[in-house]
Design a protein around this ligand. Structure first.
Ligand SMILES: [Zn+2]
Length: 283
């Protein structure tokens, strides 16, 4: 058992960004973030539920843990079962039931050779909504609505570092793929404007191993507001090739993930009309 399952990046301010086991499509892996305060610690996301993540977290802090999810996807909420209670937006409960089930994970390419190390079990969900404040002692962390990637996506603002934890919702390439589980482009645009009003110094995204500049949100907003469906790329780069019923389509600037300026989103070209409901195309 010498394999290292979890590895943390120290983001300063007693914040650890831990690379989680699993085979996430696209660049890099998925991360879980731990914010340690003087009295309590907040754990944001729990990965695929591979191995004993709780034991690992307890090597980083001995403070009582509060656990919350940015959203209910397989790579963010599947380790929830290792904790007694987890805060999640109720809009993502059904999505999480499906995504984090043992059956879904056993059949997912993301799990691959880790299938024998999956953990599962019951835990209690607490309803997360905008304005919930986690008091960690010398710092507070506040939750904000951040719908787009999923309908129940949330961001978290830490008072001490002024980092905004955005999960998969404000990142290098936002997946707005399913009209069932994601929002329309207009709702995502409104989320970006809502989030821009918050006062933060850096963005911490769940698949990005470094701090992102706050201006990144302007870049995403610019791409969204100038969306031209005629320039969609099929199939997207570094993306699962086939998803039944969907036509994954990429709208981006830059030359793929190796280009630091690469930014954009993925949508379902089969449901363009629903995706664009209420959105004013410029072109
Ligand atoms: Zn996600």
């Amino acid at each position: 058992m010498s394999e290292v399952l979890f590895e943390s990046l120290d983001l300063g301010f007693n914040i650890y960004h831990t690379r989680m086991p699993g085979h996430t499509p696209g660049p890099g892996r998925v991360f879980s973030s731990l914010i340690v305060g003087s009295e309590k610690a907040l754990l944001i996301d729990t990965g695929y539920g591979i191995g004993d993540y709780r034991a690992y977290v307890e090597t980083l802090t001995d403070k009582p843990l509060i656990v919350a999810n940015t959203h209910g996807h397989i790579d963010h909420a599947s380790g929830n079962c290792q904790f007694d209670e987890v805060w999640m937006n109720p809009k993502d409960y059904a999505l999480a039931d499906w995504h984090t089930s043992l059956e879904t994970r056993r059949n997912s390419k993301d799990i691959g050779d880790y299938v024998d190390r999956l953990v599962d079990g019951p835990y209690k969900r607490l309803p997360l909504e905008e304005g919930v404040v986690f008091d960690l002692g010398d710092r507070t962390v506040t939750a904000f609505n951040c719908a787009g990637h999923t309908k129940g996506s949330m961001s978290f603002l830490d008072s001490k570092s002024r980092y905004l934890f955005t999960g998969d919702n404000i990142t290098r390439r936002v997946v707005l793929l399913s009209v069932v589980n994601s929002t329309t482009l207009e709702e995502f645009r409104q989320t970006l404007h809502h989030t821009k009003k918050l006062s933060f110094d850096h963005i911490v995204a769940a698949h990005v191993p470094y701090l992102m500049q706050p201006e990144w949100i302007d870049k995403v907003l610019d791409i969204v507001e100038n969306f031209d469906p005629r320039k969609g790329i099929v199939p997207p780069r570094n993306f699962p090739a086939k998803i039944p019923g969907l036509l994954p389509t990429e709208y981006t600037v830059g030359d793929g993930f190796d280009d630091p300026e690469y930014c954009g989103f993925v949508y379902d070209g089969n449901h363009l009309e629903e995706f664009l409901q209420g959105f004013a195309l410029k072109q």
